[in-house]
Design a protein around this ligand. Sequence first.
Ligand code: DON
Length: 605
Amino acid sequence: MQASRTIQARSRRGRGVLLAVLFAACAPAVQKSTELPSEAPPRVPAAFPSGWRYPSGQAVLFAEHATVASNSRLASEAGVEILRAGGNAVDAAVAVGFALAVTLPEAGNIGGGGYMVIRLADGRTTTLDYREVAPAAAYRDMFLDSTGTLTRAGIVGRAASGVPGAVAGLTAALSEYGSMPLDKVMAPAIRMASEGIVVDSALFSSILSKDTLIRQFGGAGIFLPGGKALTPGTRLVQSDLAETLRQIARDGAGGFYRGRVAELIAAEMRRDCPDGVPERQRASHACGVITTRDLEEYRPVWREPVRTTYRGFTLLSMPPSSSGGITVGESLNILEAFPVLPRFGSADYFHLVASAFQLAFMDRNSKLGDPAFATVPIEQLTSKDYARRLQKTITLARHTPTPEVATYSSEGMETTHYSVVDAKGNAVATTTTINSLYGSGVLVRGAGFFMNNEMDDFASQPGRPNQFGLVQGERNAIAPGKRMLSAMSPTIVLDPAGKVLLVIGGRGGARIITSVAEVILNVIDHRMSLSDAMNAPRIHHQALPDTLRYERGGIDDTTVERLKAMGYSTQALGKIEGSLTAIMRVRGGYQAMVDSRATGGAAGY
Ligand code: DON
């Protein structure tokens, strides 16, 4: 089965169940590297409430050898182009990363940062932290006004950006684990930026939803030519971005962090900033603080993955500066202390899962931060003993309130995750972000990309909620050179035989953690197929606000009433925006899927 196939994230009831059952049933005589252990029990078709909007049994891409899933079909195809040309999973991941900067300008980026988890077929594992850092001129209260009130300068405009890490990260990953030269893996991105891509309805809607922000800081010329959002079917050519990418392809990270591009970034920071503003009053929509020196000094960090286990499976995930790996691992460790979980969809099940998330988020919000600035108790938080102690604090059939209540606010937001597996079995899980949709809104003029607004991931005012409603502590306060705490959770799950089973991650701020954990529970505890596990209704609890959020139609009314009777305050959301992209190994190959809650596409061969 060599034909390359691409599939959009669209529902088609029925065929997926059939495929899943067939994969589970047909155990070929010869064991190949992609095969599941023969004792793996079959997957079980899921049953969702009748009002639930996503189907069970959805058809997904099947690839025999290698596959990529991302929030952009074009970017996934760029990755497969590299895989077919003999590149490995890291080559392809770097190609996808740069391609996303072109095809998904609202989230894919070179003006932000991210995390990569790598698991090589020979068993080696590592992670790369290329999260943004606070510029040298940043300080703890930079987003408080003279009355001590939080301003919006940490979310919108020039001061909202941390020093971007994406280019340093992608180039470092390639030189350490890739097999191809940089210009080769960047070729698809450069081609799409210079020749243009056809605007689809997803890009059109995202530009339209942020047109005021894009106009405010210089992006209109590219994305709103003549004052109107690029309509579906028109061509988006990004010449400045193409030139920036060419410079990186030629000079490596230096093409971004030194010279012309670095100077354009620093100039953009000063563009509308009035002369003579005292340094301590500079952080504002108009004045950014990133300098060429900040850019020159940026370095990504290689880190050991957070390695936890769940019912015999191994999770390899991101350590701090992301909270993702610890919080996913801690939640699952708490749940593992129950020998068996209640039936999916029952009030008892959602109660236990929400309680585990609530306890893990209490730790996340108070104990985690950049390990270069705060002591992070990774061993304790991921230990089974500690999880058992926490599990004993859960009262069956009764919600225990979180000690303090805060209000929840929400903003439009974007991040993007992509998963790659190559024909040798190397796997890469990468999540990258500029935080909100179109980041800070600031387009670096002449260089053609948006800057992030990652500074809002710091606790700008410890104890008060950020745009994700996360109430975080002193360990995540702003300091120069510090990485802001993230919730990104790129994760690789190995089956009990030590083979890659799932490559997963997503977007949605704090909801990334809970969504990733829920899909893992669906796959391991409920034995769902990949598409059922992804399409299943989700809940979210992040300790503060002390609210169990669920997807409208995903929990039936009787169950919601039971949860309320247990003491939960509940909130129905249109959808829980922890949209994921994932690859799962099945008999004879891989399935790859983009969340039905998002757009994008998988490709493979
Ligand atoms: O690093 C974080 O946790 C956030 N900046 C992620 C933002 C996000 O997922 C927004 N996506 N929809």
